[in-house]
Design a protein around this ligand. Structure first.
Ligand code: MG
Length: 384
């Protein structure tokens, strides 16, 4: 039973191009299926989350991260009677626009595109589902419902919002100009993303040997659940301590979001998704959990994301992206014909076509292209 504040597929604001409804699936289930069958979704398996994709088989990739976000978001959605299918569609699509090599790749591509409108991965996720997937006879993109697209565009600069608003008045970019919130399903995916990466980056960080479990115990949120686990299971050793601590920490965060959001909904009493869009943000952590989660995030930032070994592979990844960008711009014939010609259709010019092509690459394809075009070798790191 869905609540009146949940998005209702039968009252969707619709798709950009009209299509008759599917006989057995509602609009959001159909969106989710289109995302799962897309090329960009399959590429996520070979894209870096934090650790470069080839550094070890057990680290999270963008694909496993997206699946974890979908799992967490669906659990919470079920408890507060939101639309689970919409939540799943948004979660599975939320990172489709990520470049190879994680944030290092995105920063490098953004720098390359500085004088051509920049590069934002959220905007790119929307671009993938709106334009870059070429599989249907009648339109480019996946022609997803407004509500799924609204959830995918979770951040957007004012300049880009104004550009989208001009093409789609009152559409998905409107709230970045006039203020307002997205649906509860979109708000939830945003928070589930944060819960997922905070937890799995500790796991991957410890697995990589770059951070130690004793070290993470400086973080109050982690330490609380580690102590609790050890009190109940004094015999616990090794990786099971880590798993049990993360499991408890994840549950505590999920329950905190459910309780806090229920309270916020009781106070705000939205009776329609548009009430939610006009309200303050309603899906949130309580005050204490918000502060503790921020401490955990800061720890990961200081000790993992800025770890010299991570920074070193980051620099190499940036070199790859920059070299690819400069080479394709200098030698347009190196870009596949299908991509070179897409620059005319989208009106973004040749640099945008190059950025789209690079952003769509998996880590290993980017490395292969880099080695082919530059004659230089990628230096293997050794971890995991
Ligand atoms: Mg994410």
């Amino acid at each position: 039973m869905r609540a009146p504040y949940a998005c209702d597929p039968s009252r969707s604001r619709g798709r950009r191009f009209f299509e008759p409804p599917a006989p057995t699936r509602d609009a959001f289930q159909r969106d989710r299926d289109r995302i799962v069958h897309s090329t960009a979704f399959r590429r996520l398996v070979y894209k870096t989350q934090v650790f470069l994709n080839h550094e070890g088989d057990l680290f999270r990739t963008r694909l496993t991260h997206s699946l974890e976000v979908a799992q967490l978001a669906r659990s919470i959605a079920r408890a507060i009677a939101l639309n689970e299918d919409l939540v799943e569609a948004i979660a599975l699509a939320h990172d489709l626009g990520h470049t190879p090599f994680g944030h290092a790749g995105q920063d490098a591509l953004n720098a390359c595109m500085a004088s051509h409108g920049g590069f934002e991965h959220n905007l790119q996720s929307l671009r993938v589902v709106d334009e870059l997937e070429h599989r249907y006879p009648a339109f480019d993109g996946l022609n997803l419902s407004f509500e799924t697209r609204e959830g995918i565009l979770k951040h957007c600069s004012r300049k880009n919002a104004a550009r989208i608003e001009a093409l789609e008045p009152g559409g998905v970019a409107h709230r970045f100009i006039e203020g307002g919130q997205p649906s509860l399903e979109a708000q939830l995916c945003n928070l589930a993303d944060e819960i997922a990466y905070n937890a799995h980056d500790i796991d991957d960080g410890v697995r990589s040997g770059l951070i130690r479990i004793e070290h993470v115990s400086e973080v109050p949120l982690f330490d609380r659940y580690r102590r609790e686990a050890m009190d109940e299971h004094p015999e616990l050793k090794g990786r099971r301590v880590l798993y049990e601590t993360i499991r408890r920490m994840l549950s505590a965060q999920v329950y905190d979001v459910i309780d806090t959001t229920r309270d916020a909904l009781d106070t705000a009493r939205p009776t329609h998704p548009d009430d939610v869009r006009r309200s303050r943000p309603l899906v949130a952590f309580g005050k204490t959990m918000r502060e503790q989660s921020a401490e955990l995030k800061k720890f990961l930032f200081d000790h993992l994301y800025r770890h010299p070994q991570v920074v070193q592979s980051t620099r190499q990844a940036q070199d790859v992206v920059q070299t690819l960008f400069e080479t394709y711009c200098r030698k347009p014939h190196e870009l596949p014909e299908s991509h070179a010609s897409s620059s005319d259709e989208s009106g973004g010019g040749f640099p945008r076509a190059v950025a789209d092509y690079i952003a769509g690459m998996t880590d290993r394809f980017a490395i292969k292209e880099f080695e082919r075009l530059s004659g230089r070798r990628w230096q293997e790191g050794d971890r995991g």
